[in-house]
Design a protein around this ligand. Sequence first.
Ligand code: C5P
Length: 219
Amino acid sequence: FQSKSLAGKHVLITAGPTFEPIDPVRGITNLSSGKMGYAIAQAAWEAGAKVTLISGPTALAQPYGVQRVNVQTAQQMHDAVMSALKAQVQDVFIAVAAVADWRVANASDQKIKKTSDSDTPQLEFAQNPDILALVAALPNAPYCVGFAAESENLLQYGAAKRIKKNIPLLVGNIGHHTFGKDDNELVLFDAHGHAELGRADKQTLATKLVSELAIRLKN
Ligand code: C5P
């Protein structure tokens, strides 16, 4: 009899894009499908964890056994993460969401009307909270895992990002064309250096990542 590697652990995950409104019918989002985050949520549940998934808008089915909270904006994602941390001590936080760096500061309550051919709305932006950095800075922070999608110099930027975010584990996507795809290639960065997880479908990689995570939680 072998017990499951994350048995009894509480794991909080963010996934998908965020949607930042411009007005009631328009907004700014990105191409994250949520597939990697949902695959990790499923793998963590299969490993015995109690999983809470804070999800931006995606077209994906509810992962079996996972408690999902749906949000739209980065601010809502931040608030849902903080409530989940208040409701239950979480052992692990995995930030997979592609959170918008900026929101529209002057979003309109009413649909913005097209007035003339030359008149265009002037959008102003405000910075969104860095959810991962804020969670990592909490007293008694859970074990924090971040993701990085860099278009070049991944080995250098990945190691630097892990230290800047002050997290024990960072997962780098090799190549930046992973959004929406079923396949991915991952490399792990921790205090000991980096290790390649190889190229595979996202569910296989999620299972590998969860095993690597379980090993690190035991140490
Ligand atoms: O700094 P960068 O956006 O490249 O970092 C990516 C990592 O930080 C991902 O794990 C992402 O989920 C997380 N993040 C976040 N909140 C933000 C921006 C990024 O949690 N506002």
